[in-house]
Design a protein around this ligand. Structure first.
Ligand SMILES: NC(=O)c1ccc[n+]([C@@H]2O[C@H](COP(=O)([O-])OP(=O)(O)OC[C@H]3O[C@@H](n4cnc5c(N)ncnc54)[C@H](O)[C@@H]3O)[C@@H](O)[C@H]2O)c1
Ligand SMILES: O=C(O)C(=O)C[C@]1(C(=O)O)C=C[C@@H](O)C=C1
Length: 364
């Protein structure tokens, strides 16, 4: 990839632009807010001059609700050969692309799972995406070249590509990003009218659980609206846990309660804390540690439009998650080798499934 235009030079767009510039890609910057674009330029993220010819890739780093309309506009001007967005939700942009009659073949959805509670170019960092998952959500219409471009983008930013269905992505991030954000906001909101005497005692614990509550309310309102029912489902389950915790706390503090009931409530409270310990242990805190759980399945495919989409659709039927994907093209350019990285315990099942239909040549 030689040339890119980044549209939306906020925290994420400028981070992408800085990472690409660092790798020698020529980056053009665009933003409705000229001051944001000028700041990004001053930080060395790229140039405000428009490109003199079509760029290889346009990165849309605008709020989720803007993706469809911005894509339709830039495709109209034939700005790029491929287009990718980085919005935190994927289903709404995918649907908007169709609703706005934008071209779905040159577009791929994506979402880097790295960010900051701060907005604007000054919050950007060239190394923001290093070792972080970066979800790609090709639709059935997405061209293979476009997927390859997006994979190249992720590689240039040192991210770890994860190919997923847009709806599956939205359910996953409801749990690991969007509901946590709202819970953090609700907790932080308790501090608003707290006495100075209390707030002065705030230490690292409360700072850790409320850091993300400082995020931009307008952007997060857009994200939550675009993934509302999945987030509400997570919060329903959270409310059940909250109800259990409140019930147990009331019972342990009830001096008149039967001692056996108080002991039961104390056990329930500790059970809740242990459930939290186990959930906490599921998160890989060091980037890349979870890769030890992975295995590779290689599939030969013909190098023709739609072949990758067909492969991913087939994999989607058995619900195996693709954690990473690498594509190697054979010299003759008529075939390619797709290396699918999946969880170790899904690899054998995936090989069997793909091999059984007779359509794919599989190894691994
Ligand atoms: N902040 C995060 O942690 C994070 C992480 C991953 C992905 N994202 C996603 O990245 C995108 C950008 O988020 P951000 O945190 O960089 O926000 P930001 O507010 O820092 O930057 C957004 C930029 O887009 C510009 N913009 C808005 N509408 C535009 C339009 N129509 N044309 C051109 N520019 C326009 C704004 O002026 C602003 O400079 C969002 O879709 C968000 O969901 C955010
Ligand atoms: O670390 C943070 O500040 C973030 O909130 C980043 C975070 C996340 O929830 O992990 C927030 C939203 C994005 O869409 C992706 C990443």
């Amino acid at each position: 990839m030689k040339t890119t235009t980044v549209i939306g030079t906020g925290a994420i767009g400028t981070s992408v632009a800085l990472a690409l510039t660092r790798r020698g890609v020529s980056v053009h910057l665009e933003d409705v807010d000229r001051a944001a674009a000028r700041t990004a330029q001053a930080m060395g993220a790229g140039s405000l001059d428009p490109p003199d010819q079509q760029v290889d890739l346009a990165v849309l780093a605008v709020p989720p609700a803007q993706v469809g309309s911005v894509l339709a506009r830039v495709q109209e001007s034939r700005m790029a050969r491929a287009y990718v967005d980085v919005a935190s939700v994927k289903k709404v942009p995918h649907d908007d692309v169709r609703a706005m009659r934008a071209d779905p073949t040159s577009y791929i959805g994506s979402h880097p799972l790295a960010g900051t509670e701060r907005s604007g170019p000054l919050a950007a960092r060239a190394d923001l995406f290093e070792g972080r998952p970066w979800v790609l959500t090709p639709s059935e219409a997405t061209g293979q070249e476009v997927l390859n471009r997006a994979l190249e983008l992720v590689a240039l930013c040192d991210g770890m590509p994860v190919v997923m269905d847009a709806g599956v992505h939205d359910h996953a991030v409801a749990l690991v990003s969007h509901a946590p954000h709202l819970v953090s906001s609700l907790l932080a909101a308790r501090l608003e009218h707290a006495t100075e005497e209390s707030v002065r005692l705030a230490g690292q614990g409360v700072a850790d659980v409320t850091r993300i509550a400082a995020g931009d309310a307008r952007l997060w309102g857009d994200i939550l609206r675009s993934n509302a029912s999945a987030v509400a489902d997570v919060l329903d389950a959270f409310a059940t846990g909250l109800g259990r915790a409140i019930g147990a706390l009331r019972a342990v503090s009830d001096a008149d309660a039967d001692p056996a009931k108080r002991r039961g409530a104390q056990e329930d409270l500790e059970d809740l804390l242990r459930e939290g310990n186990r959930g906490c242990a599921r998160i890989a805190r060091k980037p890349g540690t979870w890769r030890t759980e992975l295995a590779t399945v290689s599939v030969a495919i013909s190098d023709k439009p739609g072949a990758l989409a067909e492969l991913f659709t087939s994999i989607g039927e058995i619900g195996v998650n693709i954690e990473d994907v690498r594509i190697e093209h054979a010299q003759d350019q008529t075939r390619g080798l797709v290396e699918l990285v999946v969880q170790k315990d899904s690899a054998a099942e995936l090989s069997r499934w793909l091999g059984a239909g007779g359509t794919w040549a599989v190894s691994g």
